[in-house]
Structures are given as structure tokens and as C-alpha cells.
Write a protein that binds this ligand. Structure first.
Ligand SMILES: C[S@@+](CC[C@H](N)C(=O)[O-])C[C@H]1O[C@@H](n2cnc3c(N)ncnc32)[C@H](O)[C@@H]1O
Length: 286
């Protein structure tokens, strides 16, 4: 088959199963075109004649990083600065003051951006913390630890580089913060060291067990659960609840909800938005 030919139902189902198994992304029937447009280039690059062969070779290993390359191509890394605004307002006005007041001396406040894509979310968190610390003397930015993880190595590479073009910057970055926290060079804006060093980037597949991550005071997991099956969302929320500190906060995307999926969280409504606290009842939905 030439890569330009339409992907067959059998091939599409093969790719769907592969994605479901390796990253839990559930593709709807209507996403055939997406598989074709995103994977065609790999067929050419690896000189492979069909999508089934591509999947077979990825499963067999051997072809350097083919499995990762497929996942990388099939993830949607859409993101922007201070996405939806309210989570960052709630962070500044409600979450950080509470956490800073209750902080045990010597213990860091830990925040996890669990699908961090190209870095806009964790860096927006870091800038919010920095602004909070400036306005509240006595709380040093060094008292916070931000872990940012994603399955996509390409997204993580861009995040670590911390360098953004005009279009990326135009998507949500407020002018005063751009001036304060970025250096412009040859049409690119590079995030300054003081923000960069607040964030640690690691590759992490949300399918993996969370043991070993420690506990977190705040978990952001936004705009990724929309790609997952109801069963996996349930499992994921249970795992998040287990590693969230008793007074911790769970922040999900505007089009995502815990309703009917998890009884482990209670909604907190503020600034027209909702974030979640761990339910004091403990783990209701196992
Ligand atoms: C649409 S972006 C969301 C970025 C950011 N949280 C936001 O809301 O702007 C979704 C991210 O989830 C990542 N992702 C998809 N499946 C994943 C998995 N199984 N484990 C970890 N990350 C995953 C993708 O690589 C992508 O960068």
C-alpha cells in the first residue's frame, strides 16, 4: 500500500488497540483521518508499507524508539498560558495562601502538572507562585517544588528548552509577565532561569503506578482525561486521590468532571470555576 492510500478499517483498529494499550488514548471511530495524517510520515521515514506493519515493528522493539515516536505523533499537545484563567486565580487567592499558612517548616509544597505538554501549564504555575511570593513576604519560591510530566518526549523537549515563538506567546501570556519573566532573542521568547529552575520535567505515562511519586499538595491533570475511557479515568482519579495530601487540591479541565467517576473529591467553587479537595470521607469510589 502506498502511504497516500486510505487506511483500512483493520489497520485503523490495529492502531486504536495499540494506543489504548500503550497510553490509554481512546480513539473514536471518526478519527481515521487523524491516524492517517499523523502517522503517514512515519511510514515513509521507516519505509514501511502498511499501518499494521508499523504497529508490528513498534511492538517488536528493535526500530529505535518507534513505539515512542507513534505515541508522540498521536498525542495532542494543545495548550496555552494560564489556560482558563480561573485555576491560576484560585491558586493565587485560595490555594497558595492556605498551603503557605499550614506549611511545616523545612517541608516543600509539592505541585504536580501531570500532563504538562510543552510547559505552558507548569510555567504558568511557577509564575503564579513567584507573583504570590513577591506579594507575601516571608514565603520564598524555593519552598515550592513543581513536577511536570508528560508521555511525549517531543513536548517535554520543548518544555525544557522553554523557548516560545510569537504565536505561542500570543496565546494567553499577559504582557507584564512576558516582560518580567522572558528574554527575547531573534523572535523567540525564552523563559528566564528563575522560573525554569522551579520546574522539574520528567517523562511519565499516567498508566504507570504512582507509588514512588510521593504525596502532592496540588495536582493539575487537565485536558488529558478527555482522551481516556471511563474505566481508565476512574482508575486514574483513584490513584490521584491516593497521593493527594489530606488538604490537597485536584485541578482538572473545564470540560472534565469527577461526577459519576469518583467520590474521592469535593468541589470548591471560586471565581466562577471549580477545583476539588479530597473528600474527608476517604476513598469512596474504588
Ligand atoms: C491537550 S494536552 C494538555 C496540556 C495541559 N495540561 C493543558 O491543559 O493545557 C494533553 C497532554 O497529555 C499528554 N498525554 C496523553 N496521554 C498521556 C499518558 N498516558 N500519560 C501522560 N501524558 C499523556 C499528551 O502528550 C499531551 O501533552
Amino acid at each position: 500500500m502506498s502511504p497516500a492510500e486510505e487506511i483500512s478499517d483493520m489497520e485503523f483498529n490495529g492502531v486504536r488497540e495499540f494506543l489504548q494499550k500503550n497510553c490509554s488514548i481512546t480513539l473514536a471511530e471518526s478519527k481515521k483521518y487523524l491516524v492517517q495524517t499523523r502517522l503517514e510520515g512515519l511510514l515513509r521515514e521507516f519505509k514501511i508499507s502498511s499501518y499494521l506493519e508499523l504497529i508490528k515493528r513498534a511492538k517488536a522493539g528493535g526500530d529505535n524508539g518507534l513505539l515512542e515516536r507513534i505515541i508522540d505523533k498521536m498525542t495532542t499537545n494543545e495548550t496555552l498560558w494560564f489556560r482558563d484563567r480561573y485555576p491560576f486565580e484560585i491558586l493565587r487567592e485560595l490555594i497558595l495562601p492556605g498551603l503557605a499558612a499550614g506549611k511545616e517548616s523545612g517541608k516543600k509544597i509539592r505541585i504536580w502538572s501531570a500532563a504538562s505538554s510543552t510547559g505552558q501549564e507548569p510555567y504558568s504555575i511557577a509564575m503564579t507562585i513567584r507573583e504570590f511570593c513577591e506579594a507575601n513576604s516571608g514565603v520564598p519560591p524555593g519552598g515550592f517544588e513543581i513536577l511536570a510530566t508528560d508521555i511525549s518526549q517531543t513536548a517535554l523537549g520543548n518544555a525544557r528548552a522553554g523557548s516560545y515563538d510569537r504565536l505561542e506567546i500570543s496565546r494567553g501570556m499577559p504582557d507584564p509577565l512576558l516582560k518580567k519573566y522572558f528574554n527575547e532573542k531573534n523572535g523567540l521568547w525564552e523563559i528566564r532561569e528563575e522560573i525554569k529552575r522551579m520546574v522539574r520535567f520528567n517523562q511519565f505515562n499516567l498508566q504507570k503506578p504512582f507509588a514512588g511519586q510521593g504525596t502532592f499538595d496540588v495536582i493539575f491533570c487537565r485536558n488529558v482525561m478527555i482522551y481516556f475511557s471511563p474505566d481508565f479515568k476512574k482508575e486514574l482519579m483513584r490513584k490521584f486521590a491516593e497521593i493527594l495530601a489530606p488538604d490537597g487540591f485536584f485541578v482538572i479541565g473545564v470540560s472534565e468532571s469527577v461526577l459519576g467517576i469518583s467520590g474521592d473529591f469535593n468541589p470548591i467553587i471560586h471565581k466562577g470555576g471549580v477545583v476539588y479537595k479530597k473528600s474527608p470521607k476517604g476513598f469512596a469510589a474504588k
